[in-house]
Design a protein around this ligand. Structure first.
Ligand code: ADP
Length: 511
């Protein structure tokens, strides 16, 4: 077959194939276009999300920066608070003013974020003067303070207890402070005490410093308050310290005066004892003669004497007896007071001594129908004393108890141990007339007798209790009395139960 025929034969096939190819390409193209369109939409979506993410990332970075800044600010403030708390504790412990200002060191203010500091208080003349400063030329300070003082506006603001700072004050105030202290950022807080404003604390930074915040102002105000409080405490301490020193001096002086006075009293007392002793001796000798002559005359050795004279001689005799008793008491008191009595100590049975004393006074008690009760606990057996002297104490007290207790009354003698000291306490208690409080105070004085009916009728010297006190004190014990008018009287006194108990107490002078 010729090639033309062949071509003619292939034509429709080729067309068919071509059409097929065109169709195929057409359908493929449209699906590709669709896919591209879908991809483009997806891309757009992605771009949007990406942009959003980008925005969020920027926001996060921004927030992070701000957080860092805030954290830094917080750290700064925390450091400031820690430093402030440390300083507050230190200055509150300071005992004088200069110590307080020494503690306000530059490091504290550095930690608070300030390079300039001036603390000033008002002196006695009413002028501000520097107490401590940092970052300000010292020579310039007097002039600064003078200018501050002369500015009525600033002075009034300070006196009204205001704290002002570059952050909160008016333009006028700010300009004035900047002009005086040459600090663009500042806080100025008054130092307050109960008496009002006594100074101020100024802190500041020159230029290019962070802006003052309310927090800064609060911290400086707290510090100013603490300074005021500590100054007040220090002044109080100084006052107390000074007055305690003055008191100590006065006490020393007074002690010296008292020691001198005591010396004089002891001297007078010694002279008195010597005088009484001498006079008593002088009196005793003629008295013994008088008594002797009266006895001779009464006995009728010189001749018969009439009854009337005999009666008078009897009176001379009994008065002489009274006088001899008085003189003996006086001599004993003088001897015990001056320590001239040699005490002969020994251990004696408490029961035996008290039984004996009660026995001696038995007839008097019987006469007055007075009952006596003896109360000695079984745990108490002995005491350590000079027997004749101690017996005089018991006899004197019992004698008085009988004398001042109406018929049918009761006298109780009891004894109990004084805790720890090895001394025994004796109580002689009666149900008698009692003693008024005013008389009680003078009861142990020499010659003191209560002015009452019994004393007016019964003779006495008023020396019995003085003697009893002297004897008890010579045993290193003490005596006391309690009484109620109309109900009775109790004398209580202590005596040592052993030599160790006696030795354990320091001797003291009887007066
Ligand atoms: P005198 O007994 O010689 O007067 P005292 O020194 O013994 O001297 O006593 C002084 C005074 O104390 C007594 O005069 C009396 O007024 C008062 N007095 C002492 N003991 C008692 C007592 N038990 N009850 C009431 N008064 C008493």
């Amino acid at each position: 077959m010729p090639w033309t025929d062949q071509i003619l034969m292939l034509g429709p096939i080729a067309i068919f194939i071509l059409l097929g190819v065109i169709y195929y390409l057409g359908t493929t193209l449209s699906s590709k276009t669709k896919a591209i369109q879908i991809m483009e939409a997806g891309h757009e979506k992605l771009m949007r999300s990406f942009n959003e993410l980008d925005e969020q990332a920027k926001l996060i970075v921004r927030t992070d920066l701000e957080l860092n800044k805030a954290q830094e600010e917080l750290d700064k403030r925390l450091n400031g608070i820690i430093a402030l708390q440390r300083t507050s504790r230190e200055i509150s412990q300071a005992l004088n003013e200069s110590e307080i200002f020494q503690k306000l060191n530059p490091k504290l203010f550095e930690e608070l974020g300030f390079s300039m500091v001036l603390v000033s208080t008002i002196n006695e003349k009413g002028h501000l003067y520097r107490r401590t400063s940092t970052g300000i030329v010292e020579e310039k300070i007097p002039d600064m303070l003078r200018r501050f003082e002369q500015d009525e506006h600033l002075k009034t603001a300070l006196n009204e207890s205001h704290a002002f700072s570059s952050g909160n004050s008016s333009r006028q105030t700010k300009e004035k402070i900047v002009a005086i202290f040459a600090a663009e950022h500042f806080v100025l807080a008054p130092i307050l005490t109960q008496n009002g404003t006594i100074g101020f604390i100024f802190v500041g930074n020159r230029y290019n410093a962070p802006v003052i915040t309310q927090g800064d102002e609060e911290l400086v105000s707290i510090l100013a308050g603490q300074i005021g409080q500590s100054l007040e405490n220090a002044q109080l301490f100084e006052k107390v310290f000074r007055s305690s020193q003055e008191l100590e001096l006065k006490v020393k002086e007074r002690t010296k005066q008292l020691a001198t006075a005591l010396g004089q009293v002891e001297d007078v007392s010694r002279k008195k004892s010597e005088f009484i002793s001498a006079v008593s001796h002088e009196l005793r000798t003629p008295l013994t003669s008088i008594k002797g002559y009266a006895a001779i005359l009464m006995a009728g050795k010189i001749g018969e004497i009439p009854d009337a004279v005999k009666e008078r001689l009897g009176k001379i005799n009994s008065h002489s007896d009274n006088l001899v008793a008085l003189i003996n008491d006086l001599l004993d008191i003088a001897r015990i007071e001056s320590g001239r009595v040699e005490m002969k100590f020994g251990l004696y049975s408490v029961k035996a001594v008290l039984d004996n004393v009660v026995d001696i006074l038995g007839p008097q008690m019987k006469d007055k129908e007075v009952k006596v009760a003896l109360n000695i606990p079984p745990s108490i057996s002995h005491f350590y004393l000079d027997l004749p002297q101690a017996e005089r104490v018991f006899i004197n007290l019992l004698n008085n108890a009988v004398k001042f207790t109406p018929k049918g009354g009761t006298i109780t003698i009891s004894v109990s141990p004084v805790l720890d000291k090895g001394f025994l306490t004796f109580h002689v208690m009666d149900t008698g007339i009692g003693i008024a409080p005013d008389d009680l105070k003078k009861l142990f004085d020499e010659f003191y007798r209560v002015d009452n009916e019994i004393n007016q009728n019964v003779k006495g010297t008023g020396l019995g209790l003085t003697l009893a006190k002297n004897i008890v004190e010579a045993h290193r014990g003490y005596i006391a009395v309690k009484s109620q008018v109309g109900s009775g009287t109790t004398f209580s006194f202590t005596l040592p139960s052993s030599a160790e108990a006696y030795e354990s107490v320091k001797p003291y002078k009887t007066m």
